[in-house]
Design a binder for this molecule. Structure first.
Ligand SMILES: [Fe+2]
Ligand SMILES: [Fe+2]
Length: 302
């Protein structure tokens, strides 16, 4: 067993232990029957997709509340659809020989993602609606080399989880949100902390082994793809049905304008989330998945 392998073994062992000790179950650790009040926000205002835009200034308080209720359900929906892809992709990979060392942790990961789909979709069914994800989470780039394909699965999962984690963390700590909304976010933050720690280790390890062996051209395609992936993740968080249901005129044009003007900095709308985004981009650069770029500044959202 090499030094690197024994490092991975001990990481997996520690994560398995923590997953067992801190196991959460939405069936027993959350009270999904506890209806959140419609008289309060379900998301902090600064995280709403319209916050900071001229349109936001025209909304009544009632419309702002409704926007926050619907966009919390939208975040739950985006999570569900992403998690469904995570489970499908990891289930496809987990019995491959190259994942034998980490397989015991993949059981926990799949179990936890399944729990998350349950709590997010139940919340939507009971208190709002589940919005179908219009955008394919995994994106259709076909990599000729199956090894690169496997790597990209874990890169997508990591980026998706890290950017979502910042939103969940902000909501879990906001005392103005209903107890159930905070509880769902808390549970997710707790589990995802382990997934992200695992993802960073695994992606670094895979990059160190795989990237030096692929042609220069493929490496450059990978970096372009990761950059595009980052800069399109915000699309799902802008939903035309929600804008229409608020009675916003030209809802489709509004969405088109917002998504074309915005990029990954959509996830850096406060100081803490800006630090998180910069840390993620720094990590991706350090493993060779992203070109060198200046760090992001706090994004005022317009
Ligand atoms: Fe999750
Ligand atoms: Fe996760």
């Amino acid at each position: 067993v090499s030094a690197l392998e024994s490092k991975i073994d001990s990481m997996v062992e520690a994560l398995n232990e923590r997953s067992e000790k801190n196991a959460l179950d939405p069936h027993t650790d959350l009270n999904l029957a506890q209806q959140p009040s419609k008289d309060c926000l379900w998301m902090p205002e600064h995280l709403l997709s319209l916050y900071g835009t001229p349109t936001y200034g025209t909304l009544t308080d009632e419309q702002k509340l409704k926007l926050s209720h619907q966009e919390f359900c939208l975040i739950c929906s985006v999570s569900c659809f992403g998690e469904k892809e995570v489970i499908a992709s990891i289930a496809r990979l987990m019995l491959k020989k190259q994942f034998a060392r980490v397989r015991s942790y993949l059981y926990y990961l799949i179990r936890e993602e399944n729990n998350h789909i349950y709590m997010f979709s139940e919340f939507c069914n009971r208190y709002g609606e589940l919005y179908p994800s219009l955008y394919s989470y995994a994106q259709g780039t076909i990599w000729e080399d199956p090894i690169v394909d496997d790597l990209m699965v874990f890169v997508h999962v990591l980026v998706f989880e890290e950017l979502g984690q910042g939103l969940n963390l902000a909501m879990s700590r906001d005392d103005d949100l209903p107890e159930l909304v905070r509880g769902i976010n808390r549970l997710h933050v707790e589990d995802e902390g382990r997934h992200i720690a695992f993802g960073r280790h695994l992606v670094r390890d895979l990059c160190e082994r795989i990237l030096p062996t692929v042609p220069h051209e493929t490496r450059s395609q990978i970096r372009t793809h990761v950059q595009e992936y980052l800069n399109t993740l915000h699309l799902d968080y802008h939903n035309v049905r929600i804008y229409r249901s608020l009675g916003i005129k030209d809802a489709f044009d509004l969405r088109t304008e917002l998504i074309s003007r915005r990029d990954v900095r959509f996830f850096a709308r406060d100081a803490r989330n800006t630090v998180r985004l910069n840390s993620l981009q720094q990590f991706l650069r350090s493993v060779g998945l992203l070109e060198d770029l200046p760090p992001a500044q706090v994004n005022p959202s317009v």
